[in-house]
Design a protein around this ligand. Structure first.
Ligand SMILES: NC(=O)c1ccc[n+]([C@@H]2O[C@H](COP(=O)([O-])OP(=O)(O)OC[C@H]3O[C@@H](n4cnc5c(N)ncnc54)[C@H](OP(=O)(O)O)[C@@H]3O)[C@@H](O)[C@H]2O)c1
Length: 223
């Protein structure tokens, strides 16, 4: 039976590319994001191996329901990719809108925690794998970056979860991309990484033997 991966932020960018790469590698995918229309287009493209589940990761009960639906459909959950995230409209502690900062923290931190909390009971059953999208901005200091600080949380939490999950044979990986050409940016970045480059990194971590936990994959554009 095929393994199943739940992906948040699956409607565009890195999450959508990862869904395509995972299905090509033989996985089932549960696609989570808010845009039901984009998710159902991707579901139609990927066929029987994919299920669209529109949900907001900042809503814990919606995430719990998404996990129930994925397990009902595919029988188990082997991996979860907490990937949904965003930046600030205007950066900087003094210039950013406090409500925008709150929304950023709700998504980039609470959304990751909700995804982990909702999926861990199922991952424990399969000795499964949790993957988180960190960032190059979560590995080095970037002047005044609140977005980067949310990714430092992801890197710290990912390492802590790797230690917790190994107690029962589970694995945790932080995927740390540099700049990727996705709708994260208003302008195209064709000379930077492509979302498929990060999707390949996720599939690499997922497909290592169970004895090997790839703790971090750090991918920077060459140019
Ligand atoms: N692009 C880069 O250079 C880069 C570099 C390092 C790290 N990252 C990280 O990579 C991750 C994916 O970003 P991306 O570059 O692929 O950008 P993207 O194309 O804008 O993707 C963001 C995804 O998150 C989803 N999302 C946003 N709010 C959500 C919510 N409340 N609930 C559920 N889903 C939500 C979006 O879908 P809906 O709007 O449909 O909900 C979308 O699918 C993010 O964590 C980002 O911080 C990106």
């Amino acid at each position: 039976m095929a393994s199943t991966l739940l992906i948040t932020g699956a409607s565009t960018g890195i999450g959508a590319a990862t869904a395509r790469a995972a299905v090509t590698a033989g996985w089932n995918v549960a696609l989570v994001a808010r845009s039901a229309d984009k998710l159902s287009d991707l579901e139609a493209e990927l066929g029987e191996s994919a299920m669209a589940v529109a949900a907001d990761v900042t809503d814990l009960s919606a995430m719990e329901q998404a996990v129930v639906r994925a397990v009902d459909r595919f029988g188990a959950l082997d991996a979860a990719f907490a990937n949904a995230g965003r930046g600030l409209k205007t950066p900087g502690t003094e210039n950013a809108d406090p409500e925008d900062i709150r929304g950023l923290i709700d998504l980039n931190i609470m959304g990751v925690l909700h995804t982990a909390r909702a999926t861990l009971p199922e991952l424990r059953k399969t000795r499964g794998h949790l993957l988180l999208t960190g960032s190059a901005a979560g590995r080095k200091h970037i002047s005044g970056s609140i977005y980067g600080a949310t990714k430092w949380f992801v890197h710290g939490y990912g390492g802590n979860m790797a230690d917790e999950m190994r107690e029962w044979g589970g694995r945790c990986t932080v995927i740390a991309p540099g700049m990727v050409d996705t709708p994260f940016f208003d302008e195209p970045k064709p000379d930077k990484l492509h979302p498929e480059d990060i999707a390949d990194a996720v599939v690499f971590a997922l497909t290592r033997p169970a004895r090997a936990d790839v703790r971090e994959v750090y991918v920077m554009p060459t140019g």
